[in-house]
Design a protein around this ligand. Structure first.
Ligand SMILES: [Fe+2]
Length: 297
């Protein structure tokens, strides 16, 4: 199972809270390792889960105390989220685990749910305590949505030969099925950088490959992820269509490191996007998101 790597951007700048978040990730990662190991006993899992629960509760209490100490205006809402996690989410995950007698697939489900909850919670709610959050407004690009939609429409017509239309101007990053993602960074003006994420649902990607290879020479169908160089052949022309739109230069050339799987994309998405659009076509969904930030003051 995929572990979300710890990253400095998770820090909110309050030492005691940041250390606890890092420890929570460490415990969840340990649990992922245990669930991947066939020799793990039910007892070991149970003990680690007990520790994870106790640690989370102590951390919630500490964080709530900190919020009260600074008279944080969002305290009641934030506490409600902690309470809901403790009384609903965790209770149902534990019940599921007991009923399955600690089956590895259920442990996976638990660690997956907890990891996603933690990433989303830190990036949205905890960062908001210190107002560090990148507030994801409905769409900062709302004035440009028509322009972007046209550019995306041309790109999809050219690369996939499909008509696409905007189906959600405030896409929240929810799963759209099996999809592939790629990112590219641009310097768009002095000191302003933009990271663009594009996502292509698998049937749409397949259609793009048909256009490149022709039906006969298409690489054999596989349930797995296509090779990096094949994925990049689809993403390169898509980004080429977007480049003039941003009038910037790319920071690095596209390569295998630019490719993201669904978990990587979700983690990046949680850090906030200023523009987040979902397009639909008869062959599948297409995701277009970006965020900008200042690299110097
Ligand atoms: Fe929190």
């Amino acid at each position: 199972m995929k572990k979300v790597a710890w990253d400095k951007s998770f820090n909110i700048g309050v030492d005691i809270i940041d250390k606890a978040h890092a420890e929570l990730f460490r415990i969840i990662h340990k649990m992922i390792d245990l669930s991947d190991d066939a020799s793990t006993t039910r007892h070991t899992c149970k003990e680690l889960l007990k520790y994870l629960e106790a640690y989370s509760m102590a951390h919630f209490a500490e964080e709530e105390e900190y919020m009260r100490s600074i008279r944080y205006a969002g305290y009641a809402h934030h506490k409600q989220i902690h309470d809901h996690f403790r009384d609903e989410t965790l209770v149902s995950l534990k019940k599921e685990l007991e009923l399955s007698d600690y089956a590895p697939r259920v442990i996976h489900h638990l660690t997956d749910t907890m990891q996603n909850w933690l990433v989303e919670h830190i990036m949205k709610e905890d960062q908001a305590i210190v107002k560090k959050t990148v507030v994801r407004k409905s769409c900062h690009c709302s004035g440009q949505t028509d322009l972007i939609s046209r550019a995306v429409g041309h790109a999809l017509q050219d690369v996939f030969h499909v008509e696409a239309k905007l189906v959600n101007p405030d896409y929240k990053g929810r799963s759209i099925g099996n999809a592939f993602y790629c990112q590219q960074c641009y310097d768009i003006e002095d000191g302003l950088r933009l990271r663009l994420f594009l996502g292509v649902e698998k049937p749409l990607l397949h259609r793009g490959l048909e256009k490149i290879y022709g039906k006969r020479r298409l690489p054999p169908p596989s349930d797995d992820r296509p090779a990096d160089e094949i994925l990049l052949q689809v993403f390169e022309p898509l980004f080429a269509h977007m480049e003039p739109f941003f009038q910037g230069h790319t920071v690095h050339a596209l390569d295998a490191d630019s490719l993201l799987d669904t978990d990587d994309f979700r983690t990046s998405f949680m850090k906030g996007c200023h523009c987040s659009l979902l397009f639909g076509s008869k062959s599948g969904y297409f995701v277009f998101c970006y965020r900008t930030w200042r690299t110097k003051h």
